[in-house]
Write a new protein. Structure first.
Length: 212
């Protein structure tokens, strides 16, 4: 407590679990991708963005990609990436086309990691979040892990087993070189439910039944 002009004023405590709001500016395409992920996984947009960024901070592939733009030193686990002040700052660089803001919030520990990344990139925390989000979404393994975790939490073990068999069958008989990912699979199912007639869980069940 502190005294001001004879009045005792109680100091306001800052909650240790309080989250920090961040509003990165991203391309409309990336924003649409985040909103689609939000819809098909029934997860709030803020949470989707937070989860993907958190996973990106732990991904060596994502950090390796961003390291090409480091202007200052950055440590990832036991690896230290050297920065180069001769590199141009990405602060004023935006993707071509239309860009819009998106809102998310991070726990204090995650925000500190974002801050360290922003220092290495020599940009603001919101810009670092935009760059991290873009790099993370482009990481197929990371996106697959996010979607697969959602599926495990949404449908029962038997349905998940059937869905894996369907995915294996589709990939085995796929005439194209690239395998169908979990994200692509869920996006295909999403196309069947975007009219709002059934929920995603019911759509997954209906979709799997087609292959029985």
């Amino acid at each position: 407590m502190k005294r001001e002009e004879g009045v005792m004023i109680k100091n306001r405590k800052v909650r240790s679990d309080k989250k920090r709001d961040v509003k990165p500016t991203i391309s409309v395409e990336l924003k649409n991708c985040i909103y689609r992920l939000s819809y098909i996984t029934d997860t709030p947009v803020k949470d989707v963005t937070e989860i993907i960024c958190s996973k990106g901070l732990q991904s060596r592939k994502v950090i390796e990609h961003l390291s090409h733009y480091f202007r200052r030193e950055y440590q990832f686990m036991s690896t230290i990436y050297l920065g180069d002040l001769g590199r141009e700052s990405l602060q004023r660089k935006y993707q071509s086309g239309k860009n819009e803001r998106i809102t998310t919030r991070f726990e204090q520990t995650t925000y500190e990691e974002i801050k360290s990344l922003s220092d290495a990139l020599d940009v603001t925390p919101s810009k670092a979040t935009a760059l991290l989000l873009d790099a993370s979404v482009r990481n197929t393994n990371l996106l697959n892990a996010f979607v697969k975790t959602y599926l495990h939490e949404t449908i029962d073990k038997n349905r998940m087993k059937e869905l894996k068999q369907v995915l294996h069958y589709v990939n085995k008989n796929n005439p194209y070189n690239e395998d169908i990912s979990w994200f692509t699979l869920l996006s295909m199912i999403y196309e069947e439910v975007k009219d709002g007639t059934v929920n995603v869980k019911e759509a997954i069940n209906n979709w799997v039944d087609k292959f029985k």
